[in-house]
Design a protein around this ligand. Structure first.
Ligand code: DC
Length: 213
């Protein structure tokens, strides 16, 4: 069974997908980390991340694999902390708009989830990567709630207002993408988590999963 969860940054999808994975034994796959790892690779190469002709050769022969709850880039595990930086945040939405990059990630996601129960979260999981997923959920929240959650995570050096502006800009880029843009799939359950506790969201999601099993 595939449980697909989409939503904007800070909507709670990573926390919920991780809890579902831990409590059901489903493989939890965070697709944003795949885009973040490619972004880290591009930034480390020193090329200009806005120049497609410089970026594509660097990502072309990259191997991405999700194994035992960790992402491997070219055979080496990638520390998640190195991917959750303001620098990666400010480039990832733009780099993830390149269709070639999306192709690479989508192939890696499908093979990572092959033949096993999986919960996969991102922006286009319900619409593009697993359009036939048995469970589809779209988590949403107000920009204020999402910025506050990121602020409390304490992983950013930005003020609350600057975080709000950065998230709004990333939302815009994620929605404007020609491929893989963030969209509410018609057959997804839409949940606004702004005023809900994480446990309430988790219980609701588990009820949806159980009703489909
Ligand atoms: O979920 P996240 O915030 O870690 O995702 C980082 C970026 O990756 C986000 O700005 C958009 C992109 N992304 C995407 O385009 N498609 C996905 N399925 C997941 C993430």
């Amino acid at each position: 069974m595939i449980v697909a969860i989409d939503g904007p940054a800070g909507s709670g999808k990573s926390a919920i997908a991780r809890m579902v994975g831990e409590n059901t034994g489903f493989t939890y796959i965070n697709s944003g980390l795949f885009y973040r790892a490619l972004t880290r690779k591009v930034l480390d190469s020193g090329c200009d991340p806005s120049r497609r002709e410089q970026v594509l050769p660097i990502v072309a022969d990259t191997e991405l694999r999700w194994r035992d709850g960790r992402l491997y880039l070219d055979g080496k595990p990638v520390p998640a902390a190195s991917l959750r930086t303001d620098e990666v945040d400010s480039h990832v939405a733009q780099l993830s708009s390149f269709p070639e990059l999306r192709q690479l990630v989508n192939t890696a996601l499908r093979s990572s989830a092959r033949d096993q129960d999986s919960v996969v979260e991102g922006r286009d999981i319900t619409t593009v990567v697993f359009p036939d997923a048995e469970v589809k959920i779209y988590l949403d929240a107000s920009i204020e709630a999402r910025a506050e959650r990121r602020y409390k995570e304490n992983t950013s050096g930005l003020s609350l207002d600057a975080l709000k502006a950065a998230i709004a800009e990333r939302d815009q880029r994620d929605r404007d993408k020609q491929q893989g843009s963030l969209q509410l799939s018609e057959d997804a359950v839409h949940l606004d988590t702004s005023d809900l506790t994480i446990n309430t969201v988790y219980e609701t999601v588990m009820e949806i999963i159980q009703s489909k099993r």
